[in-house]
Design a protein around this ligand. Sequence first.
Ligand code: MN3
Length: 197
Amino acid sequence: MSAFSLPPLPWPDNALEPHISARTIGFHYGKHHQTYVDNLNKLVAGTPLAALALEDIVKQTAGQADKAGVFNNAAQVWNHTFFWNSMKPNGGGRPAGKLAKAIDESFGSFDAFKTAFTDAALTQFGSGWAWLIAEGGKLKVVKTPNADTPLARGQKALLTCDVWEHAYYLNYQNRRKDFVAVFLDKLANWEFAVKQL
Ligand code: MN3
């Protein structure tokens, strides 16, 4: 019996076109995300970890060298589900209400937030993630390498952009900057982000 399953996407696989193609989603969700789920199930089968919630596996295996495989796959399952929810058709633009206020208070302006987020996404060398997080009553932008995640660092994730090449290569090839701009301008799901606050 499989402990974990691939959560359904929050929108049809072609819903983010033309910005992210159904072909990209087909590989990214159908192959990459599914593989993390399958690997996690294999790794935890018959161990006490199989009885835990996904979030607890991520927290409990973080930083443990002998559990790196479990952590990497569990964190990638969680990160990808969070990423799908961080986007929506006709997203982007600016958040409203208390999130807009929190961004202004923490970064000075929405444009300053965008610059910080873009910088984090572009300076994450190799594979990883850019995040808007809440920590200590403030919003911050952070980047994490590979599978690493704010969930393992005691930080509250609000929004993320996957900057592994598999997230954008079919649509943008090496142009990560163009992908990140489209994420912020056309796809970011601010209603999801505000729910995390
Ligand atoms: Mn990915």
